[in-house]
Unconditional design. Structure first.
Length: 147
């Protein structure tokens, strides 16, 4: 699977860790930065990952900031992005299964690297159930086109 990966300075160390792990698991990773722990603005990296996913350059995205909240909010401003801030396994599974989330947002100051690995694994391995959830996801897509 091709995965777009991005983070701000707070998420940089966890992004690096997850990038190595994803590559070891055989995924193609497009690292969109940041590339150090120097202070940066998270919306820039959320936009880059969101554009990669919405534009079809990546199947899924993973974003990391201090809490996961800021990058999720920023990424969700882009048409075609359904970013979910998931700091537990249940949320990661349901975000995919019920909401067809295509971008995972993690909080580096909220979860440790071991739990983050499991959240990413769950997010990537869970399939969208469709069915009764399709109508609701279609309504989210309609909101993107609303004035």
């Amino acid at each position: 699977m091709k995965i777009a990966l991005g983070a701000d300075h707070a998420g940089f160390p966890l992004k690096e860790h997850l990038g190595r792990l994803l590559r070891e698991k055989g995924h193609e990773v497009e690292d969109l930065g940041t590339f150090s722990d120097d202070s940066v603005d998270y919306p820039d990296f959320a936009a880059a990952v969101g554009r990669a996913v919405a534009g079809g350059g990546a199947e899924r995205g993973v974003l990391v900031c201090g809490t996961g909240i800021g990058v999720a909010m920023a990424a969700n401003k882009l048409d075609g992005v359904r970013a979910a801030n998931c700091n537990d396994l249940f949320s990661a599974r349901v975000a995919r299964a019920h909401n067809d989330a295509n971008v995972l947002a993690l909080g580096a100051r909220v979860v440790g690297s071991g739990l983050a690995e499991e959240i990413v694994r769950t997010f990537l391995e869970t399939e969208w159930e469709g069915g009764r959830h399709r109508r609701r996801v279609d309504k989210i897509r309609e909101l993107e086109r609303a004035p």
